[in-house]
Design a protein around this ligand. Structure first.
Ligand SMILES: NC(=O)c1ccc[n+]([C@@H]2O[C@H](COP(=O)([O-])OP(=O)(O)OC[C@H]3O[C@@H](n4cnc5c(N)ncnc54)[C@H](OP(=O)(O)O)[C@@H]3O)[C@@H](O)[C@H]2O)c1
Length: 499
């Protein structure tokens, strides 16, 4: 890997502490950082290099998944770290930053390869990119890369505007849009595992009846009320993570694609999504918001009683949608997506249901989090939740429990340092996602679609069940009849590790 400088905007923030420093430390331990590496953290706070390094060390002690007892090793890692005060609006700060970057490059004998990581609020993205360009920070002879966190725009128009501004300073090939779902090990391995689970024969003889993609959680808005009340589930999860999962899954059928093809195939799928118009959004989309309820035996307040949420807010904390892909392979298969907060359990899972007569159904489940696994199983559709009879091909199934799983940020930061964009969101995909979602945003805005209130600790509004029932399906594995305890234990008793 080429020597490089990593410039982090937002070095004193939450994401840096919880994800970026632990990921860099893990890469260091795994010898996946460049041999010559300069890290420059930026923020408005006045910190010395030493106090900054102490803060980074503290974050490793709290969040690293590896042993942080080796003081010598940590010290060596932290030696690469420096801090610089920068206010994103002050042009002179960028001039000083350039000098610091160049001095470190000379001192450490590093070519001017520079990665600029924006771990700051989205309102700063355009200013920072423009100032990097104008200050000359981005004009050196080495490579330059811009790594950018979500949210990428607030709607179609603002996303286009943001992209236009970024493109004045960085080419699309230099922009790495993080969608951390794309860094999850199971999302990346899904194609390969599906290939070993489903033979061509399977695909010829089986028809996929439906696909369900769920990413549900028990948490409420927590500390993010200010952001979330303007974003909702649709912008926070659906437009980016959920549609990325849909793209990653659908491009694996009917045939595994190569990494090079990923961007094109994903865009192709997004272009084939049957568009909604805002008048009939209500037939395909369910909007919800949580009321008070009980989760894991604890009483929790409703959304509008959360601190920082506007009184009488109409914001969505749940969305379920039915999508259709208009291409030869997927045209007869409805795809259901749902995501929401304050639900009964935390899980991210894809269920592929195959066509079969009678109540016993063949299902392929892809468990993405918190545990990971892929299993082909039979289940009875007339039961309220999975009562698995047998695992059809248990030798091909596996689960890994959530212990020391590689974090998505490790993979994504490593890929960005290598210049591998396979698992980053390309502008084409982002724009097409906003295009598809925009009529829903318009329908929300004009109140053309009801806001269904659901009790916390359930699986969302009843209308989300009816969306599937109309088509003869139901959400698999919703453990409605079990106690909260049972639900959190999980229903996947057959998910034993078998290889
Ligand atoms: N936290 C997460 O889990 C998470 C997950 C996904 C995406 N994200 C995205 O990641 C980004 C960062 O989130 P975060 O949670 O880390 O935010 P945060 O804790 O509020 O941190 C914001 C950072 O921005 C810096 N900053 C604020 N105003 C600045 C200014 N005028 N000039 C220079 N620096 C400034 C702050 O440093 P000073 O106060 O020292 O200036 C701080 O380091 C956001 O885009 C967020 O949407 C976060």
């Amino acid at each position: 890997m080429e020597p490089a400088t990593f410039v982090l905007f937002g070095a004193t923030g939450d994401l840096a502490k919880r994800k970026i420093y632990p990921a860099l430390y893990q890469l260091y331990i795994d010898q996946k950082l460049p041999s010559s590496f300069s890290f420059i953290g930026l923020g408005r706070r006045e910190l010395t290099h030493t106090s900054f390094q102490a803060n980074v060390e503290k974050s490793l002690l709290t969040f690293s998944r590896s042993d942080v007892k080796d003081a010598v090793r940590i010290k060596k890692f932290l030696n690469s770290f420096q801090y610089h005060v920068l206010d994103v609006d002050r042009k002179e700060d960028y001039t000083k930053l350039l000098k610091l970057v160049e001095d470190r490059e000379a001192e450490l004998n590093i070519m001017p390869n520079r990665m600029f990581y924006l771990s700051v609020g989205p309102e700063f993205f355009e200013t920072i990119a423009t100032n990097i360009h104008e200050s000359g920070l981005g004009s050196a002879s080495g490579w330059k890369r811009l790594v950018i966190e979500k949210p990428f725009g607030h709607d179609l128009e603002s996303a286009r505007q943001l992209n236009h501004t970024l493109n004045q300073a960085f080419d699309e090939s230099d922009i790495y849009r993080i969608d951390h779902y794309l860094g999850k090990p199971m999302v990346q391995q899904m194609g390969q595992l599906l290939q070993s689970t489903l033979t061509e024969q399977d695909l010829r003889t089986r028809t996929i009846a439906s696909v369900q993609i769920s990413a549900i959680e028990t948490l409420g808005v927590e500390e993010r009320a200010g952001y979330y009340d303007h974003a909702g589930a649709i912008r926070d999860m659906f437009q980016n993570h959920m549609l990325q999962l849909l793209m990653m899954l659908t491009i694996e059928f009917p045939k595994r694609s190569s990494a090079d093809e990923v961007v094109n195939l994903k865009s192709k799928i997004m272009k084939s999504l049957m568009p909604l118009n805002k008048i009939d959004v209500t037939q395909h989309v369910v909007r919800g918001q949580y009321a008070s309820g009980v989760i894991k035996e604890e009483q929790v307040v409703g959304y509008t009683d959360e601190a920082g949420i506007a009184l009488g807010s109409h914001n969505d904390t749940f969305i379920a949608a039915r999508l259709r892909v208009d291409d030869p392979f997927w045209k007869d298969t409805p795809i259901y997506i749902r995501t929401g907060k304050r639900l009964k359990e935390k899980v991210t899972r894809i269920v592929i249901e195959f066509t079969s007569e009678g109540p016993v159904k063949d299902l392929l489940t892809i468990e993405i989090g918190p545990d990971e696994g892929i299993t082909f199983l039979k289940s009875r559709s007339d039961l309220a939740f999975s009562d698995v009879e047998t695992s059809l091909r248990s030798q091909l199934s596996f689960t890994k429990k959530e212990v020391n799983v590689k974090d998505a940020y490790e993979t994504l930061i490593h890929d960005a340092l290598l210049g591998d964009k396979t698992y980053f969101a390309h502008w084409n995909e982002v724009e097409l996602s906003w295009e598809w979602v925009q009529p829903i945003l318009d329908a929300y805005q004009d109140n053309l679609i009801p806001l269904h209130i659901y009790p916390a600790g359930t699986y969302g509004p009843q209308e989300a069940n009816e969306l599937l029932m109309k088509d003869g399906f139901h959400w698999w594995f919703d453990n409605r009849n079990a106690s909260d305890n049972d639900a959190t234990k999980g229903e996947f008793n057959i998910y034993e590790y078998t290889n």
